[in-house]
Every structure is written in C-alpha cells, then in structure tokens.
Design a protein around this ligand. Structure first.
Ligand SMILES: NC(=O)c1ccc[n+]([C@@H]2O[C@H](COP(=O)([O-])OP(=O)(O)OC[C@H]3O[C@@H](n4cnc5c(N)ncnc54)[C@H](O)[C@@H]3O)[C@@H](O)[C@H]2O)c1
Length: 341
C-alpha cells in the first residue's frame, strides 16, 4: 500500500481486545487506531478515556461503513469471527482476527472461499505462538537442519486453575477444551512439522475438577494423538486445572536432536531461596507468557499489509486447525478414533 500508516478499527474490547487496542494505539509504529467498536458502553468509554480513540461505534456495520479505515481487528467472541471477517472483506477492509476462525469446518471453508473473491484484500487469523521469539528460534533451527528430520511434536496448553470456575460459563460457546486450547498446539505442530496433512486422531478427556462440564460433553483435561500422512505424529495435552500456573510448552523431536520450548513456566529469572526451599514463581496466565508475541503479531500484520508481504499464516491453516480440533472433540465424545482422510 502506498501509505505510511494503516488506519485501523478494532472490534471487541474485552479481556484481550483491550490489550490489542493499547498496542495498536501506542506500540505499533505504523498503525493508527482510529476507531473502536463494542456494544458495551463502558468499553467504549474506556477507549475514549484511556486511549483517546477518535471514532467510537456501538455497531459493527457502522464501523465498517467508515471510509477512513483500511483494516479491522476482530477480538470478538469466536462465534462471530467468520461472519465478521466476511463482512469486513465485503466492506473493502483488510482483516486480522483472533483465533479460532470458527468452531465448525463448513463455516471455515465458506470464509476461505469468501476471501478468494477479494485477492486485493488481506485476511489473517492470529495464532500468537508463531510470533513468540522462542518458537521462532525453534522453527529456524529446524529449518537449518539442527535436529535432522522432525517427526514428533508434544505440545501442551495448560491454564492455571481459576477457583471461581469462570471458564465454565464460556464452555458452551468456546467449542470446548480442544477447540479453545489445543487449537494452538495443533497449529504449532503443523507449522513445526512442515504442514503435513492430518490422517487420524484419537482423544480422551476427564473432568478432574469441574463435573458441571460433563452435560455439555466438555472436559477440563484432555489428551490426544494425531497421525499425519507423512508418518509424523503429535501428542497434545490441554488442561484448565494446573495448580502452579499457566504451563504451555512444546517438544519437537527429530532424527538428530530435540528442541524444547517453554519447559519451565517460570514468571521471571528470579530464584527465591527461603525456608520452603529454592523456587521460582510461575506464569499466572497466557498473557504474561505471550505478551511480546501479541505485540509482534500486530506489527507483523500491519507491516505485511503496508509492504505487500505474505503473512506467516494463511486462512487455510486456520481452517485446518479447526478441522483437526473438531475431530479431537468428536473422538473424545464418542470414544472412537476419527479418520481425517
Ligand atoms: N490467542 C490467545 O491465546 C487467546 C486468548 C484469549 C482469547 N482469545 C480469543 O480472543 C477472542 C476474544 O476473547 P476475550 O477473552 O477477549 O473475550 P471477551 O468476552 O472478554 O471479549 C469479547 C468482546 O467482544 C465484544 N463484542 C461482542 N459482540 C460484539 C459485536 N457484535 N461487535 C463488536 N464487539 C462485540 C464484547 O463487548 C467484548 O468486548 C476469542 O475469540 C478468543 O478465542 C485468544
């Protein structure tokens, strides 16, 4: 694009949306946060008072009609993503959307097809771990042949136990544990293994602490295996109940070595020695772990759109992550392996 900055409207100012809004307003050099949109008046007030965002919309369609915007960021509930991406493209905007693209495969495929109508517009679904410095270093080392041929990934997303059980409220709309959490690990495994096609999955789960998830068919801890058609494999663990903190980590095993990312989920480099022994504090949530990566992801999107460079992730990758994650949920609910062709 022949302009120095990208004029952005952001929809969704919840838990994560506010962080994005702060980044786009203050920390992404070539971005201008010119508008925000939320149906919640308090959230709009926050943007006006905290960020001084000039144009404020209660209605998404009204923001899309703003001809002074080049792109939209969607940090809205997952159930809205696919339709809002399509509407943004119809309105002539580039679009960044938080993961996952959708909770069902036909909708993902519909959005992928929709985007093809607009080859001059750019659309990306964010999988933040691609922009984490340690995962990027691991990917580079693999590409340089540092571990030979990678053939196995173990990856887990494990959240700290929230005794309030607040996540249970979102369970009916989040798609369940595998779609909400393992979708990150699925996307990582495909990326680190060179994007092989999935052949078959098997998953099991348990309600270790939240039996109220059972009637919804959901679990608070799950384990899965995935076979890929080139013979490579992945194992996933997802949890809502870790006592110590947020514990996301990944191992990549190759014919000449192994890489591990994030194995020790320590908060910082401080080691505490006292009457209880020697220890570190743990990361409280995904945000502290991936704060820098969220910012890097915003910069990647803005720079790629302005400079006409490719994104690190495609909509097809996002659709494939949902396809595999929904198969994991099906397997966990039926007790049977699921063939993915
Ligand atoms: N990458 C990650 O690690 C990660 C972590 C957390 C959440 N997420 C994703 O981010 C998204 C948002 O999650 P959250 O935790 O911030 O949710 P949230 O419920 O806290 O926030 C959702 C926001 O969307 C707004 N909203 C609702 N309907 C809207 C509409 N029609 N138009 C505009 N805004 C609307 C709400 O007012 C709210 O501000 C989800 O899709 C989730 O999967 C990703």
């Amino acid at each position: 694009m022949n302009q120095t900055s990208l004029r952005i409207g952001l929809a969704g100012l919840g838990r994560l949306g506010r962080r994005y809004a702060e980044y786009l307003a203050r920390a992404v050099p070539r971005a201008r946060l010119d508008a925000v949109c939320s149906p919640v008046a308090d959230e709009i007030d926050w943007a006006r008072e905290t960020l001084g965002t000039p144009r404020l919309y209660a209605d998404y369609a009204a923001m899309l009609a703003d001809t002074e915007l080049d792109a939209v960021f969607l940090i809205t509930p997952t159930s809205l993503h696919a339709e809002q991406i399509e509407q943004a493209l119809d309105a002539g905007k580039h679009v960044f959307c938080e993961k996952p693209l959708s909770l069902d495969v036909p909708t993902c495929l519909r959005t992928v097809e929709h985007a093809k109508r607009y080859p001059h517009l750019r659309a990306m679904v964010g999988f933040v771990r691609h922009f984490d410095a340690s995962y990027r270093a691991a990917k580079s080392r693999i590409e340089e042949g540092g571990i030979g041929r990678p053939f196995m990934v173990y990856s887990q997303t494990a959240d700290k136990l929230d005794p309030s059980g607040a996540f249970v409220k979102f369970a009916p709309t989040s798609g369940g544990l595998f779609l909400d959490c393992s979708v990150h690990d699925i996307d990582l495994a495909r990326w680190l293994l060179g994007r092989p096609a999935a052949r078959r999955v098997y998953a099991i789960g348990t309600t270790a602490m939240y039996p109220e998830l059972k009637p919804m068919g959901d679990v608070d801890n799950g384990v899965a295996v995935c076979e890929f058609s080139d013979g490579s494999m992945a194992m996933f663990h997802a949890s809502r109940t870790q006592a110590h903190g947020h514990d996301t980590h990944t191992d990549i095993v190759g014919t000449a070595g192994k890489l591990s990312v994030g194995r020790n989920p320590r908060l910082d480099r401080v080691e505490i020695a006292d009457a209880h022994g020697v220890r570190s504090l743990s990361l409280p949530s995904f945000f502290e772990r991936f704060e820098d990566a969220f910012l890097a992801q915003c910069r990647h999107f803005v720079d790629a759109v302005l400079d006409g460079q490719p994104f690190d992730l495609t909509l097809d990758d996002a659709a494939e992550a949902t396809r595999i994650a929904t198969a994991l949920r099906q397997s966990q609910q039926t007790g049977q392996p699921v063939d993915l062709g």
